[in-house]
Design a protein around this ligand. Sequence first.
Ligand code: HEM
Length: 304
Amino acid sequence: MAAATSNALDAGYYAATCPDAEAIVSNAMSRLHYNDPTLAPALIRLLFHDCFVRGCDASVLISPTPRYSSERAAIPNHTLRGFPAVDAVKRALEAACPGAVSCADALALMARDAVSLLGGARYGVALGRRDGTQSNPWEVDLPAPFARLDDVLAYFAARGFSAEEAVVLLGGGHTVGGAHCGSFRYRLTQPDGTMDEQVRCEMLDACGAADLPLDTDPATFLDPDTPFAVDNNYYAQLMVNRTLLQVDQEAATHHATAHHVAYYAASNDAFLQRFAEAMEKLSNVGVLEGDAGEVRKVCSRYNT
Ligand code: HEM
């Protein structure tokens, strides 16, 4: 996929057609977050999984049907959450301004609000994304948690993101939210020396050694100290081998990323600013504009 970012998006895109769009999303997000603080991390991840596959076109939101599969059926997307929340926000937008606001814009705004609600810096989201009309499971090439960091950095580079931006997005994404044991159990049962022994034993107790189906597999916080805060704590954890995902742990020692990890571990302010910038950039990857695609009525279904 091309590392296209948009020039045509515009902060005032809905000034005439839905002037309250941002407020509608923000109010809904505050309510949703109050009822379920675990939702905000799920929305940040949804944006990443949307934007790095076919661009930020809401293709990740399409539900598979018995006749047509979709990105949600692909393995990296089995653990995505937050789809009903996107549908709820879209219903509120449709009630105020029918047919105006795309699901891709709704998701970009929800992820932005999620970052602020978790204590991250607020960034601007230019608007005007259109919704895609294709969503194919075989196009989902998101890296696995056991991917080598060299491959992950190449994957980010192909979408226009530097090693530093990759470290910022990984650290910001994984300083909140949770992971199922299935994402890291192999590191508990076949230790390779890159996980703190105390963490390994605690996680083995929590997870058990045997693989479990996703619906009964326990989940645990990625950053157990401050699981609901976008902060730089995850980098500090990386530097003492206390992280669950192998891809993150490798960033602490890899020649292209170790100095970034150390830098952001030392400065929360620098991290918050760079994370906001990187999220804004992520929100603009490969967007559809103008007459391309459509504005879906329901985010989980194409219009026709
Ligand atoms: C290529 C690198 C990445 C890999 C391999 C990866 C992998 C994972 C895995 C395995 C989980 C746990 C899923 C589960 O077991 O339920 C997870 C969770 C998460 N990831 Fe990533 N991730 C990557 C990049 C990112 C990026 C760039 C972001 C955002 C900017 C992000 C945001 C999140 C969030 C917020 C969660 C928690 C979700 C929740 O609580 O439901 N990840 N990631």
